[in-house]
Design a protein around this ligand. Structure first.
Ligand code: ZN
Length: 227
């Protein structure tokens, strides 16, 4: 075996060990999925950003973060589970296609929205190494709109709302509070800031737990208000 292959194998083994340890990682394909600096949110994609009312949707605080696509739109941009868990809902139709995963060890739900090419299935057990879907490609963005050229990612601290599956989405079991947090109190009661959550989960370990408990007492304060 050549040195290059040995190194590649080592990288793969480390990634596999981390995934099996149920560590938390960025849900997108970057060289180091622990490096939060390797992603950017879109112009109005920060957690808590106050979104204007639009037909049928009142003004609300953005319940997730919009992770901008990395790399060329002509290459697939895979979406991975952020940690170990179980797929509890899949909405397979249209630009709001969505996957929800329950993470029993941490009692949180993660949400991946505006995805396409869904690979996950209902009831599937996943790790951070499991590909779930991809960000929309050029054809889909031309159809639905280029403002969907990102991954909408939520970390929910309360159970999403149960619903009956529809004929378009037979694997859909839940909907989220994605457009229903009109006050910061509602936002903070239902959601974690996703990037802050990944930061403080870090690798599992006792020193991290103490740090996390401190952080949890801090309320969310929006970085910017309004458009
Ligand atoms: Zn969003």
């Amino acid at each position: 075996m050549r040195m290059k292959d040995v190194r590649r194998l080592m990288v793969l083994l480390v990634a596999l060990r981390e995934a099996l340890a149920c560590d938390w990682m960025l849900p997108v394909d970057v060289p180091d999925r622990r490096d939060l600096e390797s992603v950017q949110t879109t112009a109005i994609g920060d957690f808590g950003h106050l979104r204007d009312a639009r037909p049928g949707v009142p003004a609300h605080h953005h319940a997730g973060c919009d992770i901008a696509r990395i790399g060329s739109v002509d290459e697939d941009a895979p979406v991975f589970a952020a940690s170990c868990g179980r797929v509890v809902s899949i909405r397979g139709d249209g630009p709001f296609a969505q996957i929800i995963i329950y993470h029993p060890e941490d009692s949180v739900w993660t949400v991946y929205e505006h995805v396409a090419g869904i690979l996950a299935h209902l009831g599937q057990t996943v790790t951070a190494a499991t590909p779930l879907a991809r960000i929309m490609n050029r054809r889909e963005l031309n159809r639905y709109g280029w403002h969907f050229n990102h991954l909408h990612f939520e970390v929910m601290r309360c159970e999403p709302m149960a619903m009956n599956p529809t004929s378009e989405s037979p694997e859909r079991r839940y909907r989220t509070y994605g457009t229903e947090c009109r006050t910061l109190e509602e936002l903070n009661a239902r959601y974690w800031d996703p990037l802050l959550y990944l930061k403080r989960q870090g690798p599992r370990g006792q020193e991290k737990v103490a740090e996390r408990r401190q952080d949890e007492k801090r309320p969310f304060i929006p970085r910017k208000e309004g458009p």
